[in-house]
Design a protein around this ligand. Structure first.
Ligand code: CA
Length: 222
């Protein structure tokens, strides 16, 4: 999954982005509403984290979200804010936001809120998925094969998470790169192929299907 952190204060933005990358998410950073608008309309983010007071003005986070919703963007929005007045919460939610975290926040809580917000974007909103002898635990970010925890890297997990969130859906190589890697990554031509090969070696050949000329998919759940 790929997130966009929109926050003008680097001492908040950077550790937040780093903590999310550490667990394998792709994360882009924006320091202004203008930069955020450009990124949010260019990449398929799974959620946005939006500081309410951006350099453009005291409530520019709300305005940003209102504008993105008017453009038809549907990704979940989590506000990060120093304000905790109830009027602000109401305004923010009415502007098109989905949830609120008041600073200072706990990084673990940010991750839990993001899991909750992105769960509804999956074909099956449960916290785990069973397929043959595999169990995908979306909360622990772990895969078990016949009950044994498999050693996947964070990026291997991130790739299978995208595919398995929509069994049967075919993703092109470019779509997978856009969803699993962030803007800091210079995509090498064979990166997806390499990760697919690793996943098959660890989880079994059939865990990722190659649709020749189209892309990759996770098998339909039986
Ligand atoms: Ca701010």
């Amino acid at each position: 999954m790929r997130f966009l952190v929109i926050e003008d204060e680097p001492s908040i933005r950077r550790p937040l982005a780093a903590s999310l990358r550490e667990v394998g998410y792709a994360v882009d950073e924006a320091g202004s509403a203008a930069q955020a608008r450009e990124l949010a309309t260019s990449f398929p983010y799974d959620a946005l984290m939006v500081d309410v007071g951006l350099p453009e003005g005291p409530q520019s986070g709300f305005e940003l979200v209102r504008g993105l919703r008017e453009q038809g963007l549907k990704m979940p929005v989590l506000y990060l804010t120093a304000r905790d007045a109830v009027e602000d919460r109401i305004e923010g939610l009415d502007a098109g936001g989905d949830d609120y975290l008041v600073k200072p926040f706990h990084l673990g809580e940010v991750q839990a809120r993001l899991r909750a917000l992105t769960r509804r974007g999956r074909a099956e909103p449960q916290s785990s998925l069973h397929w043959r002898d595999l169990k995908f635990d979306w909360t622990a970010r772990a895969v078990y094969k016949a009950g044994e925890r498999m050693a996947l890297t964070a990026k291997e997990f991130a790739l299978i998470e995208v595919l398995a969130s929509h069994p049967g859906r075919v993703y092109t190589r470019e779509e997978l790169i856009d969803r699993v890697w962030d803007g800091r990554f210079e995509a090498e031509s064979n990166v997806v192929e390499t990760y697919v090969r690793n996943l098959r070696r660890k989880l079994g050949d059939e865990v990722v299907k190659t649709m020749r000329g189209l892309g990759y998919s996770f098998p339909e759940v039986e």
